[in-house]
Design a protein around this ligand. Structure first.
Ligand SMILES: C[S@@+](CC[C@H](N)C(=O)[O-])C[C@H]1O[C@@H](n2cnc3c(N)ncnc32)[C@H](O)[C@@H]1O
Length: 224
């Protein structure tokens, strides 16, 4: 599915979100950058076309960032994009549920709009924890549950009706843009995701709602 939409992925993200997706990634990068040393090793899981990895580098130019994704066409686009802005980022092919990295290899992990797509959120969180050093920081950006009821209903209409139609038309894959609202519906809300992080061994877990809870940024540190 991701290979099918890779070529139009960025365009549709920016178009369908009115560029809000860029702001959200910058917020994630800023939060993670503030939590880590300037030369921290950061893994961006489910990196797609590389936007979050590059946002981390913008916020923390000294960080050593690696991206991982299991979709080769996405990785090829990410590598080309990094080259265009003069960044050297290793973009590695690998499964988020079996990351090709040693235990405790990173000081920070980001995952943007990726956790929801994994076969198991719990296993994804355990794998994030595994590759983090004790005390290392995880920042999870994901669609969530709008907090104000009237706004939630309006957003649901946009997300479940308009978005699949426009996304399907422009990407050529309507099923991918029908899958998107379905996958968000089945994904844990803010509180539940925070609880799952704690259960997976993260401490100091907190979240902030982005754009009224359309998305949320969860952060936590790996316990000992
Ligand atoms: C919605 S995109 C998000 C891309 C990027 N992080 C962003 O912020 O735009 C989801 C990405 O997750 C990747 N993905 C889904 N399941 C994966 C898995 N099990 N292992 C690695 N990558 C995965 C897909 O290939 C896709 O590139």
């Amino acid at each position: 599915m991701f290979a099918r939409i890779a070529g139009r992925y960025d365009l549709l993200n920016h178009l369908l979100s009115g560029n809000t997706d860029r702001r959200w990634r910058r917020q994630v990068a800023k939060r993670l950058g503030a939590a880590l040393a300037p030369d921290a090793r950061v893994l961006d899981i489910a990196c797609g076309t590389g936007d979050l990895a590059l946002a981390v580098l913008e916020a923390a130019p000294g960080a050593r960032v690696v991206g991982v994704d299991f979709c080769r066409p996405m990785l090829e686009l990410a590598a080309r994009k990094a080259g265009r802005v003069g960044r050297r980022v290793p973009f590695v092919e690998g499964d988020a549920l079996r990351l090709p990295f040693a235990d405790e290899a990173f000081d920070g992990v980001t995952i943007g709009f990726g956790l929801r797509n994994l076969a198991s959120v719990e296993e994804g969180l355990r794998e994030i924890r595994r590759v983090l050093v004790p005390g290392g920081a995880a920042a999870i950006l994901e669609f969530s549950r709008p907090v104000v009821p009237g706004f939630r209903a309006l957003f649901q209409f946009y997300f479940s009706r308009l978005l699949p139609a426009v996304g399907g038309l422009l990407s050529g894959s309507r099923s991918a843009y029908e899958y998107l609202p379905d996958s968000v519906r089945n994904f844990p809300d803010q509180e539940r995701l925070a609880a799952l992080m704690r259960e997976a061994g993260f401490e100091q877990v907190s979240f902030e709602n982005l754009t009224g809870g359309i998305a949320a940024l969860h952060v936590g540190r790996r316990g000992a």
